[in-house]
Design a protein around this ligand. Sequence first.
Ligand code: GLA
Length: 734
Amino acid sequence: MGIAFFEKDKIFKLDTPSSTYMIAIVDEEGFLGHVYYGKRVPDENLSYLMRTREAPFTPSVNNRDRASFLNTFPMEYPTHGLGDYREDCLSVLTQAGHSACGLRYVSHRIFPGKPKLEGLPATFGGEGDCTTLELLAEDPVLQLRVVLRYTAFERLDAVTRSVVLTNGSEEPLRLTKVLSACLDMDNRNFDLITLHGAWARERQIQRSPLCRGRQSAFSVCGESSHQEHPFLALAEKAATQDSGEVYAMNFVYSGNFLAQAELTQFDSVRAVMGIHPYDFCWTLAPGESFTAPEVVLVYSDSGLGGMTRTFHDLYRGHLIRGEYRDKPRPVLINNWEATYFDFNTEKLIAIARQAASLGIEMLVMDDGWFGGRSSDDCALGDWQVNENKLPGGLRRLADEVNRLGMRFGIWMEPEMISPDSDLYRAHPDWAIRIPGRTAVRSRNQYVLDFSRREVRNYIYECVRAVLKSANIDYLKWDMNRQLTDLGGIALPAGRQGELLHRYTLGVYEMQERLVTEFPHLLLENCSGGGARFDPGMLYYSPQIWCSDDTDAVERLKIQEGTALVYPLSAMGAHVSDCPNHAVGRVTPFETRGYVALAGTFGYELDVTKIPKEDRDQIPGQIALYHRYSGLMRQGDYYRVASYAENHGYDCWMVVSKDKQEALVTYIQVLGRPNAHSVRVRLNGLDESALYRVEGEGQEEQVLSGAALRCAGINVGGLWGDFRGRLIHLTAERT
Ligand code: GLA
């Protein structure tokens, strides 16, 4: 495994346990050609795959200085303006106004481990975990040096890519497009899988045939967004959860992105990913460097399930940091859906007292505790406690909550400023806006210009003061609007196109400071629900609020899409009250609990007001959470059936790494008359072991892993809509 360079053929071979990625330096031109990515092969040279001698037109010869060659050749990092008319990754504007760019190999370096990406979130790995290849290429005309960085993981089928550009010339260069990765392949009747949605409907899976032309998912609103997701997968038409080849790309970034697949005239596919060029232009002064964020490539020859488990393991082991990565998270109760803005110490203590008696471990006070905030139209930026609501301040409240045996957490939205706030009255120029133009409000608020150090420093001190003012164990960092009116007052005219990326870097810098100074804080990111649920944010917070939609049925689809890429331990999921505030649906309390168990688990309701029969279930639900949280956090996730596909029922399971234990969750969405039980085939078990199968309402059986896999079990006897069942499997000692 690892990375090898074969001098004679000028081939780089990157091996992971089941995949090979191959790059060639092409003859005297020094092109970096993409040779192969797929199932692992022993061969050292497959460069015939690049078709360097095939004529693009008939009759013709294939001269490599021709556009016809460059427009078909599989490039590792295609550039703009020299004949490759497929989507390119790099476009550079010179002082003279020209935008062409061409790269030639110069040198390379191979070394164990993985360097950090300056100022950016990225996966990490020690010397025994991975090997890195740095390919230095250059445009001799522009004197632009480009380092293409690849890391191959030893125990996971993941290869990561990023790019560092350095201006070696005497004049400024303007980067108008810098994507992070490109993957050129022949089409194999691929389907394209992307995640789409809306507020309260995030990350719904879309699978469609790859068509001619360009199909993309993208965001241009300053965050990874509710609507689209920085992920794409190319799956063979026949690929299922368990079989078939899948190639996936995921962007470790939280701002604008482009994720695109293009089917070309010669049936090749070019997939690219990176910062969206829209509203992007970065001036690189002589000697300066620019780092493009990381793209994670995952290859699976065991279907979508294999891809999912590689992402889960990679992110749990090599992206998420901090002590909560491996620790059970406290069962919390959040007052947002319980009270919205209408609360005070008394109300919160009443909720906490009742919650503590049921075994809930932490109270989280959501929006509305600061400044004059009693609705969403004011006070963001005024991070001083509202003593009318909370006399004695945060300390008194936190102390009282602590006395009840619970921990205390708090909500903040540090990136925002309300026009009606003391902060705005003092610093109207801190909001992102274009001078002379009335800025567009969204949720009645503006966005603070986090590209500016003085703004970040001020807000950081506010967050710090809040966290130091009381015993606060948890922070929900929210971000409730998309960006408009892109004017950065601290940036000169020629650098306005840097604002969005500088803003995102500013958010990262703030969160890095926070997790460094408060290593014991449990940080949960959030963005109007799940608009910034991406690997970039996961680098800072081990969990992210998945969606403002807490309805158990809607959550099936949202959580299925989210878990396609992200570990269950990262998915913020709570039991809320009914009728559900997003859809008005009434579901059994028990089912809401089963669905939330697949995430971080907590409550979001007024526990003093819910029906007694629901409240009485809480201690049992918390016991279930404690019993299974290790399994859910660390185990292997298998999607058994999808309600989004079959419109009837949902089923997933988590198997412990040693295959000794598994938990199956089955949700019947709508009851059917005159129905037989449903047969589900289980997965991920040791086929030679015997398992005891148990669950309330489920016939207790001892069956072989092979029978469970090949034949399955019957799940039936569920009466009514929205009913669920947990089925627990334990390997029998032999
Ligand atoms: C966002 C979050 C919610 C809640 C509100 C508070 O919408 O997603 O959970 O915190 O903000 O304003």
